[in-house]
Design a protein around this ligand. Structure first.
Ligand code: TXA
Ligand code: MG
Length: 354
């Protein structure tokens, strides 16, 4: 299959004729059962018609993803939620008013219109109304219901720029809309509204505190920051080793001086064994690190910069063929919890305390 790529600016309100035409073409591809990768405010998505079981099958195939791992249905108007959810609780209306359009996904009971291929066999459906103007226009032109997982090969870090989508999906999908780098860089927060109290299944930019301010008590799935909780994660996709670079990643926690000394020593040892070594850190500590490849995530004081760069830094470690990687650790509260959750999964929960 030949994959067409079209560049499109973030500002979908004032599109050039060419961009408008590209978006309409993308919408038609999805209506006809094809697949289009597109930018959202979180990460790039791989879109297909959510109401067409064949499209969902194609998405799983293109990603190499297990078909028990459900897809998120993206909509472009709040009222469309009633088409795909069988009953919309009052909590959904409240958090939609507070956080939609934006990086939040709700789990609701599904309607009969949504095929089981889209929900991985579940009776619930994940729904999100993204804020990215290109995403919203594409959803509109596609008929209103776009199933879209992150546009990476299963197990690789989610794409935060179109070049990473091309790396993974060239030849596997019909079209890529290149809208430049994404804003947030980590996938949406997922909150399950089919349980009481509501439960966060995947942390993201919308934090537990922000949700609690609107909903009152909100729980967090215990598997988010621990591997050995003895429970299976409630979002099926969270059980897979995910977001992972090819090299072996270890997170190092402790006093910054000790962390740097430990990482440098381990890197030197690994190098002697013939490995290619990498260190991932923050600007505040960069000067202390020694390895073949040293990458800066951003300012420790600015979590948003860290989230934005995390996946591309993990991919750069692959590009540089690093086999052993060490990373600083991050806060387990607020937005830091989302960063740490993804990093822990990338590291297969390998953490060393020094
Ligand atoms: O930010 C995002 O959410 C991105 C962009 C493209 O919108 N999408 C995304 O999709 O991250 P994906 O497929 O990579 O992750 C979806 C997650 C998986 O962990 C899946 O198991 C979970 O959502 N999920 C989907 N439907 C569910 C359901 N009915 N119940 C529980 N978890 C569900
Ligand atoms: Mg994903």
């Amino acid at each position: 299959m030949k994959t067409i790529t079209e560049k499109i600016r973030q500002d979908a309100e004032r599109l050039t004729d060419r961009e408008e035409e590209a978006l309409r073409k993308a919408g038609n591809i999805i209506r006809q059962g094809g697949l289009v990768a597109f930018p959202t405010e979180t990460v790039y998505g791989l879109g297909g018609d959510a109401l067409n079981r064949e499209s969902s099958r194609r998405i799983y195939e293109a990603k190499g993803r297990p078909s028990d791992n459900p897809l998120i249905v993206h909509i472009c108007r709040f009222e469309d939620i009633a088409e795909i959810a069988s009953d919309v609780p009052e909590e959904a209306v409240r958090i939609a008013a507070a956080f939609w359009p934006g990086p939040l996904t709700m789990i609701l009971h599904k309607s009969d219109r949504v095929p089981y291929e889209t929900t991985g066999g579940l009776d619930t459906v994940a729904v999100r109304l993204p804020s990215h103007p290109v995403a919203r226009k594409l959803i509109e032109y596609s008929g209103g219901y776009v199933a879209a997982p992150s546009a990476n090969i299963s197990g690789r870090p989610s794409p935060t720029a179109a070049k990473y989508v091309t790396e993974d999906m060239e030849g596997r999908i019909d079209m890529i809309l290149d809208g430049g780098a994404v804003g947030i860089g980590l996938e949406s927060t997922i909150v399950d509204l089919t349980v009481t109290p509501p439960q966060i299944l995947r942390p993201g930019y919308v934090t537990q505190e922000m949700l609690s301010n609107v909903l009152g008590k909100v729980d967090t799935d215990v598997t988010i920051l621990q591997r050995d909780s003895g429970q299976a994660p409630k979002a099926p996709g969270m059980k897979y080793r995910h977001y992972a670079p090819k090299g072996e990643l270890t997170i190092v926690e402790g006093d910054p001086e000790l962390v740097a000394a430990y990482m440098n020593r381990q890197a030197a040892n690994a190098r002697e064994r013939g490995e290619r070594t990498g260190i991932i850190g923050t600007r505040e500590h960069m000067a202390q690190y020694q390895a073949d490849v040293v990458k800066c995530l951003g300012d420790r004081a600015d979590e948003e910069s860290i989230a934005r760069n995390l996946y591309s830094v993990l991919r750069q470690m692959d590009e540089e063929q690093v086999t052993r990687i060490y990373s600083e650790s991050f806060a387990s509260q607020g937005f830091g919890q989302a960063i740490m959750n993804r990093l822990l999964k990338a590291a297969g929960y390998r953490v060393v305390k020094v």
